[in-house]
Ligand binder design. Structure first.
Ligand code: ZN
Length: 89
């Protein structure tokens, strides 16, 4: 996993916090770019989002959330820790 491998993405807005995201890093699967149905984590609020058919972000359904949560939870933890280091006391 390498959080430095960011690629530009067409702008998409987080459905939780409305942050506009225009970068992504592929951490579970490499080299295919975001596709409809892919899972992503908002860098602003660390919420689990799904790419829709227009590569915009939407909330996961309960079923999708349950399906991906186990895989995504460690990444959420990592992002929380990464963001925690950015905070200036
Ligand atoms: Zn967000």
């Amino acid at each position: 996993m390498d959080l430095n491998e960011f690629e530009h993405l067409s702008e998409a807005t987080c459905p939780y916090c409305a942050k506009v995201l225009d970068l992504h890093a592929e951490v579970l699967q490499k080299g295919h770019g975001p596709k409809p149905g892919d899972v992503t984590i908002c860098f602003g609020c660390v919420g689990i989002c799904m790419f829709d058919e227009n590569l915009q972000l939407r909330l996961p359904t309960d079923e999708e959330f349950n399906e991906v949560y186990q895989a995504v939870a460690p990444l959420q933890k990592l992002l929380h820790e990464f963001k925690g280091r950015e905070v200036v006391p």
